[in-house]
Design a binder for this molecule. Structure first.
Ligand code: MN
Ligand code: MN
Ligand code: ZN
Length: 285
């Protein structure tokens, strides 16, 4: 089972691996730098060595990066877009150094210029980025969004259009966030709804193009377009979805990462991960 959580890098990149190991994770997600700043401090070679060494003997087979929140490839401001492109390339360079094959990114917010323009800005930006990072072994995973504000990515069609719009199609994959798609209006809480949404995703994007799941319940209702994560089974999506997901053989080899609310001693993560494991185990026995 490829299961884990988003882990803090406070104290060094290797600390994220350490935190993952403490919870017996087999997959983790991390930021490669402070997620609220444009510039990160340069990765030191001893920190990188510690990270790679610990990862090797950690039992964590999948490490996935997430980009910083400031990046907006959909922006129509040439300045902000150039800054975003440079920042994402910098983060992909960090991924290359840390041997992380995928970085999850938010597609972007059009900020009033309209969805068509936003999508065009994203594909143009990605073309520049993919050209500059050719051969690095680091690819993009576009995350589904809740559609808050002017965010693009709240319907699968958006991601599909971006993926078919870029030149290097094989380097743009996806990340499916359960809280986001539910808030965006995909009713995954019932058996029938779950299978319908999975079929829609497979038809438009394809399971082959799915790199990871963000496994989160939602504080807000179906179609609310508000992005607030809740503990597994305690939110508006409810337990049924997570039971279906954890037992869906089609997704057996796709890492599942929780981004549920954190507390000080990682107790929340422990509870959420244990619950998901139990759901998977229950059906297997
Ligand atoms: Mn995200
Ligand atoms: Mn997410
Ligand atoms: Zn979210």
């Amino acid at each position: 089972m490829l299961l884990g959580a988003h882990m803090s890098i406070a104290g060094g990149m290797d600390k994220a691996v350490e935190r993952g190991m403490a919870l017996s994770c087999t997959a983790i997600q991390l930021f490669t730098k402070n997620s609220n700043r444009w510039n990160g401090k340069t990765l030191q070679s001893d920190e990188v060595a510690r990270f790679l060494e610990l990862k090797k003997r950690s039992g964590i087979s999948h490490v996935i990066a997430h980009d910083s929140y400031l990046i907006n490839l959909a922006s129509s401001s040439a300045t902000l877009r150039a800054k975003s492109i440079a920042a994402l390339i910098d983060e992909m360079e960090r991924c290359r150094t840390l041997e992380i094959p995928y970085i999850v990114i938010h597609p972007g917010a059009h900020l009033g210029s309209g969805e068509d323009t936003g999508i065009k800005n994203i594909t143009d930006s990605l073309d520049i980025i993919l050209k500059r990072t050719d051969g690095w072994g680091v690819d993009i995973a576009l995350e589904t969004t809740a559609g808050q504000g002017t965010n693009i990515g709240y319907i699968f069609e958006h991601l599909c259009r971006i993926m078919s719009g870029v030149e290097e199609k094989d380097r743009v994959k996806t990340c499916l966030d359960s809280c986001h798609i539910f808030a965006a209006g995909y009713d995954i809480g019932t058996n029938e709804g779950y299978h319908k949404v999975a079929n829609d995703f497979n038809r438009l994007i394809g399971f082959d193009n799915l790199v990871c799941f963000h496994v989160n319940d939602s504080k807000k209702g179906l179609g609310s377009r508000v992005d607030r994560h809740e503990h597994i089974g305690n939110g508006c999506i409810g337990k049924k979805f997570f039971e279906l997901l954890m037992n869906d053989k089609r997704f057996k080899n796709i890492p599942k990462i929780i981004e549920t609310p954190k507390d000080k001693d990682a107790k929340n993560d422990k509870v959420n991960l244990a619950l998901l494991k139990k759901m998977a185990g229950d059906a297997a026995s």
